[in-house]
Design a protein around this ligand. Sequence first.
Ligand SMILES: Cc1ncc(C[n+]2csc(CCOP(=O)(O)OP(=O)(O)O)c2C)c(N)n1
Ligand SMILES: [Mg+2]
Length: 580
Amino acid sequence: MAEAAVKTKNETAAAGAELELTDGFHLVIDALKLNGLNTIYGVPGIPITDFGRMAQAEGIRVISFRHEQNAGYAASIAGFLTKKPGVCLTVSAPGFLNGLTALAHATTNCFPMILISGSSEREIVDLQQGDYEEMDQLAIAKPLCKAAFRVLHAADIGIGVARAIRAAVSGRPGGVYLDLPAKLFGQVMDAGKGAKSLVKVIDPAPAQIPAPASIKRAIDVLKSAKRPLIILGKGAAYAQADDDIRALVEKSGIPFLPMSMGKGLLPDTHPQCAGAARSTVLASSDVVMLIGARLNWLLSHGKGKAWGTEPKKFIQIDIEPKEMDSNVEIAAPVVGDIGSCVKALLDSMGGKWQAAPEDWIKTVTSKRDENVAKMAPRLMNNNSPMDYHGALGVLRTIIKERPDAILVNEGANTLDLARGIIDMYKPRKRLDVGTWGIMGIGMGYSIAAAIETGKPVLAVEGDSAFGFSGMEVETICRYKLPVCVVIFNNDGIYRGTDVNSVSSDPAPTVFVKGARYDKMMEAFGGVGLNATSPDELKRAVNAAMDSGKPTLINAVIDPAAGSESGRIGNLNPQSALKKK
Ligand SMILES: Cc1ncc(C[n+]2csc(CCOP(=O)(O)OP(=O)(O)O)c2C)c(N)n1
Ligand SMILES: [Mg+2]
């Protein structure tokens, strides 16, 4: 009797010991959850299929895509919207490579993101013995991201995830690669020790306070200005320092120019907004304060024709010291996080601030009003087939009436004209192609925007742009997301009118004429509509936004309406030889 009792006790102990083990799968899940990373965007397969299932079972939202690139773009914009790294999960080699474009994109755009990829057997990969999906992923990822780490032991998962998070969000945010070999997931260890090995990242993006001397210098330069200008970049939108940025702009009385994803920080209809007088303010300003905007190609590198002949002084607020003087001399570099820098500037401005000279304000406002008035009648046309202005005039009103909706936008003409025509009213509501002018962000961004914010999404897509991520309409339908996709269908890239005069092959820029993208949506149970006039478009989009049902509207645009490369045709290389 006594012996039997002892045996039972031993058995219980053995069973207890088993219960107290944990494994790589669960340690990764626990490490993510501990740090508030509760959504994963990815595509399943060996070696991460079970990981996705377990993550879902443990309460993480796992959004399963049709292609890793779209999952990666979703993760990147989730990072922009939340200031927490967006997580993308991929399988080895091909899945990893598909996700890598998005990781590089996140790094270029300064969005925090972590690409977690399963990888094959290290011993076999390193001897190049031809493992299943063999690839030295860590080496390949390194030049394309801010940091790259590999975890080989379950006990290091906590540290690995912590390093990835801190690297992604601290300083200038960017993409981080985390390599998790297949064998790691199955490794077991004592559950108590495992729990202790996890790291909750404390203050992952510490404030970086600007030097007081840099603030004084900036204020002095600003005070010397006769024709000052403020440029708001997407870094300013990322900072979520909306109230202070608005206060700074309003207190200064200086005209502001929002970059594409900086639109809405202050409404585009704000009296100081110089969006519709861009050429004038760039050419004529004498002091330019950049807030979270880089002097890259999107601002003509801060020099040349667009910037006029007047001498300029730049004040630049950026968290990355290396950004200063990257293209032109920066007279007043202010290095720190944007929230802290703007606050310090506001404090230094004191109670009284001399408004910008009246004649400058007048010059800017009259140019702006003139351009807005010139555009207005074009936006009211009801042509069928539609031109860009007629169609965008309708969407402009819809966003005005629904300022909380998120606008996703890609294409060439569809992008450039929508950017100029559709006013934004709130911060971080306009998501687009970003620094690279990349096609393919459309459906990934739409999905993440809907998931992360719960707000309705309006995706305005060129027919070519849409094609890069079009299959994800199935994902939109599967997760029943409130996304309305409007395809500006002009039968091609830029225009649908090119002709190949030498063979029966179509010209490289044209697609199937009269294609009905709306049918794609119907295939997955979503609402598909065809709109041939602005009136029809208006009704269809309003119905979609009211219902919240996944909807795709094929907006028929005149194939001759667009221009080559939209607004950036000047970037096409020209040969001295005459075109054949
Ligand atoms: C990844 C990627 N591939 C190719 C391009 C080149 N590109 C720029 S705009 C564009 C498509 C423009 O056509 P569409 O989206 O239909 O807009 P439209 O001008 O016709 O309105 C392409 C392919 C790109 N920017 N990014
Ligand atoms: Mg097109």
